[in-house]
Design a protein around this ligand. Structure first.
Ligand code: SF4
Ligand code: SF4
Length: 343
């Protein structure tokens, strides 16, 4: 079936049509920080400034803090009240291919490893409308992970910037249904297809940061005990946890009970393996030294996760590079892994 196209100036109308059925999220600046936020019904200025969000779209499904249930105590004991699982139908417009892939990776954790009802309730009702990058950041290295910055099998619709218009590909049946709701779209012509192909190739070629992921797991495993190497690599990290909080594939969380007199609630909130207090309870942190924690971050993504799910848990989105306060760079760490352990 032929692809569709829409004039960019009609983006607002399209979002309005989808808003009839979905809560639409678009990139916007909250306190100066780009995140996917509820669309206000008119502002499409993100089309001019947006490269990628600081807070990844994982936060729409796995919020930084989430109430799991509330409880009350009386003479008979504790009574629990579960919040309604979020049945909101979300449509995330403008998600980048790297972040859509990250959600596919998170699905493995939250669906295949065990069923996380909080995450899955939100995820099953969501639609993703991808928008290809035209201007990837210097820190992006998605192509090294087999991801194109302008194409994605992990979204429902994929948009490519072809000048005054977006070319729209229907990737899934849900995407087709979305297009059936849309007015103001036209069939793309052969010339549009040619422009889209050119735009995708140009975008791919703009990702110049590369790492060699071939046999990366085999390369990493012998270096596991090379303390000298990991100490050197970890030296400038200040264990702030930003790289893990903002990583679209990181999923660690901690659970806390907040109790006032006889009632309270249980929350879960993002946690980070970069923190010295991580996994402190009920035993000591097995990674007390910083180099062990930095090593864990790299191995979890590039060795341990592939052992479990046969996929590298990194999409090359580059957030951990561009947002690290001390310019720690995972690509440098991976590039300089010694061929053999010297331990
Ligand atoms: S963001 Fe940088 S300094 Fe902070 S924990 Fe990550 S690597 Fe370390
Ligand atoms: S490890 Fe860094 S580059 Fe890879 S997905 Fe996480 S934030 Fe993005």
């Amino acid at each position: 079936m032929a692809n569709k196209k829409i004039n960019k100036r009609d983006t607002g109308k399209l979002l309005n049509q989808w808003s009839q059925e979905f809560t639409v999220f678009v990139p916007s600046k909250e306190s100066g920080m780009a995140a996917m936020s509820k669309w206000d019904g008119k502002d499409t200025s993100f089309l001019d400034w947006y490269r990628n969000t600081v807070i990844p779209p994982k936060a729409n499904f796995f919020p930084s803090m989430e109430k799991m249930f509330s409880f009350q105590k009386d003479k008979e004991g504790y009574h629990l009240e579960l919040p309604p699982l979020d049945g909101q139908k979300q449509l995330i417009f403008g998600i980048r291919p790297c972040d859509a892939k990250a959600l596919a990776i998170l699905d493995m954790t939250f669906k295949d490893a065990y069923e996380d009802t909080y995450y899955l309730a939100k995820r099953k009702n969501a639609l993703l409308v991808g928008l290809g990058c035209t201007n990837p950041c210097d820190s992006c290295f998605c192509t090294s992970l087999g991801i194109s910055p302008a194409e994605s099998p992990d979204v429902d619709l994929m948009l490519t910037d072809i000048g005054d218009e977006f070319l729209i590909e229907e990737i899934t049946d849900k995407g087709k249904e979305l297009m059936a709701m849309a007015s103001g779209v036209e069939e793309a012509t052969q010339a549009d297809e040619a422009r889209a192909k050119e735009a995708r190739e140009a975008s791919y070629n703009k990702v110049t940061r590369k790492i060699d992921t071939e046999d990366i797991k085999k390369k990493l495993l012998p270096a596991f005990d090379n303390q000298d190497y990991w100490e050197k690599i970890a030296a400038k990290c200040i264990s702030c946890g930003i790289c893990t909080f903002l990583c679209p594939t990181c999923y660690c969380f901690d659970i806390n009970d907040e109790l006032v007199k006889k009632q309270g609630a249980r929350f879960r909130n993002w946690d980070s393996c970069a923190f010295p207090v991580y996994t402190k309870m009920p035993m000591e942190n097995p990674r007390e030294e910083k180099w062990r924690r930095v090593r864990q971050k790299v191995y979890h993504k590039y060795a341990f996760y592939p052992m479990l799910f046969d996929v590298i848990a990194c999409t090359g989105c580059g957030r951990c590079i561009r947002l690290c306060p001390v310019n720690w760079d995972i690509t440098q760490a991976l590039d300089s892994v010694p061929a053999k352990s010297t331990a």
